[in-house]
Design a binder for this molecule. Structure first.
Ligand SMILES: Nc1ncnc2c1ncn2[C@@H]1O[C@H](COP(=O)(O)OP(=O)(O)OP(=O)(O)O)[C@@H](O)[C@H]1O
Ligand SMILES: [Mg+2]
Length: 287
């Protein structure tokens, strides 16, 4: 059975993309899962980190990106074709990882989110717009064991399309006070989405990212994150904490080709952290 997880946070720069990529790579290599990463963010960071820039430009020109899928929804002649858009053997590890595929995004449509909102706000019933992604790519999801969706830093229509095909959502958070205050708002908005759509989407938990040991505030906030999980409705704080590290930041540069996971993620850290977190996530979903 396919399991689909959206990584969400309205706050930018919390490590959603970095985490999506690492989880996908560990799940594909260490657990032998067939993984699809969907890049739902017009910034296209996950695409740039998982595929060659020139290939991606060509793909953009052919209109085979997830952004084009949204644009097609108000054009008479759709261009996007899911099977053509999927990039096989993505990643800068070993020249590409067998079993790791990418549905890339496209930056040329950076303004799309705004245009979509304008166009769609004029329509009375917005509910079909939440299912554009599901209707377009629903039939290829079953080819995968795991679908990881890298969402933009917003809970707007594009992210909601990701939530509509997800079983779980996971919230990466930098353990600083302002970020933590935003979590109940995320849970409330997702719960509202669930109510509107009848979705059985479940919170999987919060992952503390970019943790700085020398920052006492980060340390104290971890306890709050652990203690508040049930009451605030995000289920749990994952045991594995992702520390701020230069190798973690540098790893995602596609031009830095690596032979193995251990080389890309510089053992022991962040390699061990991503390895442990992947196990925790898979345990949660029974894989
Ligand atoms: N563990 C880490 N240690 C150090 N730097 C990190 C770590 N995780 C992410 N970063 C860096 O932090 C920045 C933001 O990370 P990332 O792009 O993954 O966040 P994001 O939540 O996807 O951002 P956005 O909301 O803009 O999509 C990037 O420069 C990335 O390299
Ligand atoms: Mg991102």
């Amino acid at each position: 059975m396919t399991v689909s997880i959206s990584l969400i946070n309205m706050k930018g720069g919390v490590g959603k993309t970095t985490l999506t990529i690492a989880l996908a790579e560990f799940m594909a290599i260490e657990h032998g899962l067939r993984v699809l990463v969907i890049d739902l963010d017009p910034q296209s960071n996950a695409s740039a980190c998982l595929m060659d820039l020139e290939q991606w430009k060509r793909q953009n020109m052919r209109g085979q990106t997830v952004m084009r899928l949204f644009l097609d929804s108000f054009k008479d002649w759709p261009v996007f074709s899911p099977r053509e858009a999927v990039v096989k053997n993505a990643s800068n590890i070993g020249g590409g990882i067998e079993g790791l595929d990418l549905m890339p995004s496209g930056t040329e449509l950076m303004d799309l989110q705004d245009s979509l909102m304008t166009i769609y706000s004029e329509q009375e019933d917005r509910s079909p717009l939440i299912y554009l992604l599901r209707d377009a790519i629903g039939n290829i999801l079953q080819d995968y064991d795991m679908v990881l969706i890298d969402c933009p830093p917003s809970l707007g229509l594009i992210t909601q399309n990701g939530l509509a095909i997800s079983d779980y959502y996971l919230i990466p958070v930098i353990p600083e006070t302002m970020s933590i205050h935003g979590i109940p708002q995320i849970v409330t908005r997702v719960n509202r989405f669930k109510k509107q759509t009848g979705s059985s989407l479940e919170p999987m938990g919060v992952v503390a990212t970019r943790y700085r040991q020398q920052n006492p505030e980060h340390f104290l906030n971890l306890s709050d994150l652990r203690a508040g999980a049930q009451k605030k409705g995000y289920r749990r704080l994952f045991e594995t904490i992702i520390h701020e590290s230069t190798p973690a930041a540098n790893a995602v540069n596609f031009r830095r080709q690596a032979a193995k996971l251990r080389e890309k993620y510089a053992s022991p850290r962040p390699f061990n952290e991503y390895r442990e977190l992947s196990r925790e996530v898979l345990n949660h979903v029974g894989k």
